[in-house]
Design a protein around this ligand. Structure first.
Ligand code: DGL
Length: 290
C-alpha cells in the first residue's frame, strides 16, 4: 500500500476509482445535516460521510470564486475518501459551484463519479405543490443573486410567477445558536414581511437554504398559515432514491453498513454537540483541514 502522504489527491482519487464507497454530503456548516437526516431515513443501510466546512461558514455572502474554490476543495476531499457520489447539501454551493465542478473538475478527477445539488430536485417538486402558480423563495444573498432558481423554474415550469428574497442574517443566527432567540424573531419577521410585500399572491415558500429548517418554528410563526412551506430534506432524499433506481451502476457503488462519519473543519467537540441536537442522536465528529 503506497503512503498516501506522498500521493497527490488526483492519484488518491484514481486509486479508489470504481470501488464502492460512502455517499458524501457537503455543506458550509450545520445546515446540510437537515438533508443528511432525510438521506439516512431514505437509505438506512448506506454509508455516509458528512463534511461541514464550519471554519469558513457562512458561504452565503462570499464571492463566486471563493465559494467555487471552497466547494471544489470539499468535493475533492470527499472523493479522495472514496466517495463515488457527493451531494452538495447547500444551495449556495449548488448555485455557485455545482455546474463548474461537473463540467471542469469531474472529468479530470474521475468521469464515472457524480456530484448532485439540491436546486434542481426542489424546482422539480415545486411544480406539483403550488396551486396559485406563485412561488416565493428565501435564501442566502449568494443563492438569490445567482438566479439559479429563477432559471431552473423558467425552464421546468415557465408559467410560475417567482419572487425571491435574500436573508443575510438567517444562517449566522443558526450557526451562532440563536435560532430560538429574540434576534431570530426580529429578522425572520422582517424578512417574511418584506417578501410578502413584493409577493402577496404566493401560496408556496421554498426554504432555499439547508440551514433554514432550523428556523422553522419562527418561520411558521410569522408566515400566513395558508402558505405551504417547502423543506428540501425529503425532496432531495426522494430524488436520490429515484436517481439510484435509474442508475444501478452507481447504486452498486455505495457501501452499505449503515455508518455515518461526521467531519468538520472547525472544533470537533463543538460540532458534535450541536450536530447531536440536529440529528436527535449522539454524534462524534473529527476535524480535518481542507
Ligand atoms: N446551507 C447553506 C445553503 O443551503 C448555507 C450557506 C451559507 O453558508 O451561507 O445555502
Amino acid at each position: 500500500m503506497p503512503n498516501s502522504d506522498s500521493l497527490s489527491s488526483n492519484e488518491i482519487i484514481a486509486a479508489s476509482a470504481g470501488h464502492p464507497g460512502s455517499v458524501g454530503v457537503f455543506d458550509s456548516g450545520y445546515g446540510g445535516l437537515t438533508v443528511l437526516r432525510s438521506l439516512q431515513q431514505a437509505l438506512p443501510e448506506a454509508d455516509f460521510i458528512y463534511l461541514g466546512d464550519n471554519a469558513r461558514a457562512p458561504y452565503g455572502n462570499r464571492s463566486f470564486d471563493l465559494i467555487y474554490h471552497f466547494t471544489r476543495q470539499a468535493t475533492e476531499y470527499l472523493f479522495s475518501r472514496g466517495c463515488q457520489l457527493v451531494i452538495l447539501a447547500c444551495n449556495t454551493a449548488s448555485a455557485k459551484a455545482l455546474r463548474t465542478i461537473q463540467q471542469n473538475d469531474l472529468p479530470r478527477w474521475d468521469p464515472a463519479r457524480r456530484v448532485l445539488g439540491v436546486i434542481r430536485p426542489t424546482v422539480e417538486a415545486v411544480g406539483n405543490i403550488t396551486r396559485t402558480g406563485a412561488v416565493g423563495l428565501v435564501g442566502t444573498p449568494g443563492t438569490v443573486a445567482s438566479q439559479s432558481y429563477d432559471l431552473e423554474l423558467a425552464k421546468l415550469h415557465p408559467g410560475i410567477r417567482f419572487y425571491s428574497h435574500a436573508c443575510p442574517m438567517w444562517v449566522p443566527l443558526v450557526e451562532n445558536l440563536e435560532s430560538n432567540g429574540p434576534g431570530a424573531d426580529y429578522f425572520v419577521k422582517r424578512d417574511i414581511e418584506e417578501l410578502l410585500k413584493k409577493a402577496p399572491d404566493i401560496d408556496t415558500l421554498i426554504l432555499g437554504c439547508t440551514h433554514y429548517p432550523l428556523l422553522i418554528d419562527k418561520i411558521r410563526q410569522f408566515a400566513p398559515s395558508n402558505l405551504q412551506i417547502v423543506l428540501q430534506g425529503e425532496i432531495v432524499a426522494n430524488s436520490l432514491l429515484d436517481y439510484l433506481q435509474r442508475h444501478p451502476d452507481m447504486d452498486a457503488r455505495i457501501t452499505r453498513n449503515g455508518t455515518t462519519e461526521y467531519i468538520t473543519t472547525e472544533e470537533a467537540d463543538k460540532f458534535s454537540n450541536l450536530a447531536a441536537v440536529f440529528m436527535g442522536k449522539p454524534v462524534k465528529a473529527h476535524r480535518e483541514n481542507l
